[in-house]
Write a protein that binds this ligand. Sequence first.
Ligand code: UTP
Length: 289
Amino acid sequence: MKIRKAVIPVAGLGTRFLPASKAIPKEMLTIVDRPTIQYIVEEVVASGIEEIIFITSEGKSAIENHFDYDFELDTILEKKQKSKLCEEMRHISNLIDIVSIRQKKPLGLGHAIWTARNVVGNEPFMVLLGDDLVLNDKPCSLQMLELFEKYGESIIAVQKVPKDQTFQYGIVEGESIEGRVYRVDRMMEKPAPGTTDSDLAIIGRYILQPDIFDLLGRTTPGHGGEIQLTDALLALSKKRTMYAYEFEGTRFDAGDKLGYLKAIVAFALRHPVLADDFRDYIKQVCLEC
Ligand code: UTP
């Protein structure tokens, strides 16, 4: 079955990014010349998905506005004969069909995804976290969609992390079945040091079977009093086969201050116009450090 829909939860409070995220959604903070969320939407479009479902909350309307058509701006840019800019603005508003759903309380990532149940319906779908960036020529979601064509079951993107950092992530234990693919046996949210040998950390890309909605609806609040996606994923992995995929690319947690800075440097070094000058500048800064 073809994956047609992508759910992008952006309803979190962004406390790690305060005070920047007090009045501006962290997903709207700029990486070089566009907001974080635009890279994620462009990844979805480049992967051939047809519709995006944003899970939003109060104070996040800037995200919806960013992808909307702005008649006044369009008219002004046209009058000023700024046709290239005008074209770029139109391109952003024409990228893909977008639906928004309000998560009324920040009850966790699991709850955020559950709110999309009626719009997604009974078909497998993709989830991309609104603050997780993956830099790679072939988009991470496209890599996963191709794998889904072969395996036809839920797939979680994972990356290897240093063993002393596993307590910061959702961790997957499983058996390697081919190259970068594992069959999931067990999963834990932020395991206490010494409770797992696995270094496969879950990152913000998932392909999920719709059975997850029922399981999320029955999941009781876990770590931090939130409905944890990992708890429902574990239940799903007991019901149906689930795979973990070590994706190709570099992942940045742009919802974290240091991760955000790293993302800016990495994306700037690949920018078609700015890369050369920025590289020279970075070299100079390194010499002076
Ligand atoms: P995070 O924990 O990374 O984001 O959630 P957060 O809650 O916004 O940030 P901090 O931890 O307070 O700094 C992962 C993803 O899940 C979404 C977030 O928007 C982010 O994309 N999320 C989280 C929701 O949509 N709703 C929630 O209730 C919680």
